[in-house]
Design a binder for this molecule. Structure first.
Ligand SMILES: Cc1cc2nc3c(=O)[nH]c(=O)nc-3n(C[C@H](O)[C@H](O)[C@H](O)COP(=O)(O)OP(=O)(O)OC[C@H]3O[C@@H](n4cnc5c(N)ncnc54)[C@H](O)[C@@H]3O)c2cc1C
Ligand code: SF4
Length: 516
């Protein structure tokens, strides 16, 4: 029986479970660049370049390994179904394997293929995660909230990572207390932030770059600053570069933000791991090895391992759990309805932290976790932006954005729109946090110290206004009882001034013209 495996653009792993079902002497791999699919959202140009170039390099890697690959290029203009029908007819395919897609809508499409193609279609398990998502869903179904830290500890035990005699190495599960050094501490340490290794572009990269300009001329962002690997070999070298030069200080300065630095000591592996060019186990093994041979301290290695086997896996499980029960995209715990401000497309705002973070994203399709959470997401939450709009923005503007990872991070962690399923309390703050963790406020036209009025940082009055507006929903949350205690002591005149400043500021925000 002639068989095929359809490999999607975010499944470029040699461990792809559909690929492993094939006999390469007789079977065929199908890969499709679908213009229709890519145009469903206004993706950043650099993301399109990464995806299509990585797909073409994977095609060549498979051919070198002896697989027959039927590859549909963007220029042919076929959608997934047309391309699959043609491949089935041309190669007389009788059975198609598809590794279970990671996005809910694509799974539904894959499940309908047997009927549409009139052949046997089998979905194989997603082999690119350490979590079995069906088990996760079964185990946690019906729960109102999940705690990442509990899941992380289970994973440490299950995978035997940083464990010794059944106990965590070093005696603690989590070294986050040591991982909150400020921007000021970073500057004073005089540490040199190492440059990131950049691969050379090859002919495929250049060809794809031209295609992106041809087919997506009006998409956001640009490809000229693109410097990520598009082959597995380069992706591995990119990971090694992080382990060798940045991991040692990853933990200490994980939360620090500098306006003239994009990456600091972060890894920037999310765009690569999310499409399968590197694997979670590789990241963990290399980091643990660096700890074992004294090249990186425990707080950094544990912090990095927690991101990979804790947060990333947990977020994946949460997406599948929520999507099996409801449409996660539609959740809106606070009933926020404000359109996302227009400046998220331009960076044109007097608020320096927002302007700078947005410009980084426009240019590179990247900003690190704290800029996403405590600047871009924090503002949208405090301003009462419709969660679905800020979710779409993150999905379109980032190189590493896919539904399974954007939605729980934005709807759940950043906007608390799921009412606390992913996060135990809203991640929000006034200017004090941003001022402490960054150098943004020094060059801002607003004052982080002033609480109300023209010169006051909008984060300050928006923060209290948000807490007052949502008091009925938030006061019962024990984790923020102290904050409501402070609000109770606030003179009513000050509360009035906060409301007035917030109202004036919010009424001057220009709504975007892109999302409904
Ligand atoms: C509002 C918001 C939106 C986000 N959108 C995305 C997204 O579209 N795609 C994405 O991959 N991550 C997303 N994240 C999670 C996290 O911010 C990014 O994974 C991280 O910033 C990527 O940069 P890095 O590779 O340098 O990460 P590092 O700081 O070096 O961390 C290492 C790795 O850990 C993993 N990781 C850490 N935290 C998370 C998390 N919360 N969820 C999933 N993986 C995590 C990533 O694979 C990351 O590459 C988002 C977080 C927030 C708060
Ligand atoms: S003062 Fe406020 S708006 Fe300006 S950079 Fe600081 S936190 Fe951002």
């Amino acid at each position: 029986m002639k068989q095929a495996a359809w490999i999607l653009g975010d499944q470029l792993s040699l461990r792809n479970s559909a690929l492993q079902r094939l006999d390469k002497r007789s079977d065929v791999v199908i890969m499709i660049e679908s213009l229709e699919h890519a145009r469903q959202l206004n993706h950043h140009k650099a993301k399109l370049m990464l995806c299509f170039s990585a797909m073409r390099h994977f095609r060549d890697e498979l051919r070198q390994k002896g697989y027959a690959v039927c590859y549909e290029e963007l220029g042919n203009g076929k959608n997934f179904l047309q391309a699959l029908r043609d491949a089935v007819a041309t190669h007389r395919i009788e059975r198609l394997f598809v590794m279970s897609p990671r996005e809910y809508a694509t799974v539904k499409f894959a499940e309908s293929l047997s009927e549409k193609l009139n052949i046997d279609v089998a979905l194989t398990p997603d082999s690119m995660f350490l979590t079995d998502r069906d088990d996760f869903v079964k185990k946690h179904r019906g729960k109102k909230r999940l705690i990442m830290e509990n899941y992380y500890r289970e994973m440490r035990k299950k995978l035997n990572v940083l464990m010794q005699n059944g106990k965590p190495v070093g005696g603690e599960w989590n070294y986050d207390k040591e991982n909150r050094q400020t921007a000021k501490a970073l500057v004073e340490s005089r540490l040199k932030i190492p440059p990131v290794w950049k691969p050379e572009r090859d002919a495929i990269d250049r060809e794809v770059e031209a295609l992106v300009e041809k087919f997506f001329p009006n998409n956001i962002g640009a490809t000229e600053h693109f410097c990520l690997p598009t082959t597995r070999r380069d992706a591995e070298r990119f990971l090694d570069d992080f382990i060798e030069h940045r991991l040692a200080h990853f933990g200490d300065f994980e939360d620090a933000m500098l306006q003239n630095e994009l990456i600091l000591f972060h890894s920037v592996i999310s765009p690569l791991i999310n499409i399968g060019l590197i694997e979670p186990t590789q990241c963990v093994e290399k980091a643990v090895e660096a700890y074992r041979n004294g090249r990186a301290p425990l707080n950094s290695v544990e912090g990095f391992v927690r991101q990979i086997i804790g947060w990333r896996e947990f977020i994946y499980g949460c997406y599948w759990l929520k999507m099996s029960e409801t449409d996660y995209h539609e959740e809106n715990f606070f009933n926020h309805e404000r359109p996302l401000p227009d400046f998220y497309w331009t960076g044109e705002t007097k608020m320096n932290c927002l302007s700078n973070a947005i410009q980084k994203v426009l240019k590179f399709g990247y900003a690190h976790h704290i800029e996403r959470l405590m600047v871009l997401g924090n503002f949208a939450l405090l301003a009462g932006v419709k969660p679905k709009q800020i979710n779409q923005w993150f999905w379109e503007f980032y190189l590493d954005a896919y539904d399974w990872v954007v939605t729980p991070n934005v709807i759940g962690m950043s906007q608390f729109a799921d009412g606390g399923f992913v996060a135990t309390k809203p991640y929000c703050s006034g200017a004090a946090y941003i001022d402490k963790m960054s150098d943004y406020c020094k060059s801002c036209s607003y004052s982080p110290k002033e609480k109300t009025g023209e010169n006051a940082c909008p984060f300050n009055y928006l923060y209290w206004d948000f807490l007052m507006r949502n008091e009925a929903k938030l006061r019962p949350n024990n984790r923020i009882a102290v904050i409501y205690g402070a609000l109770d002591k606030m003179p009513s005149e000050q509360k009035r001034a906060i409301r007035e400043s917030a109202e004036k500021f919010l009424s001057n925000l220009k709504p975007n013209a892109y999302y409904s």
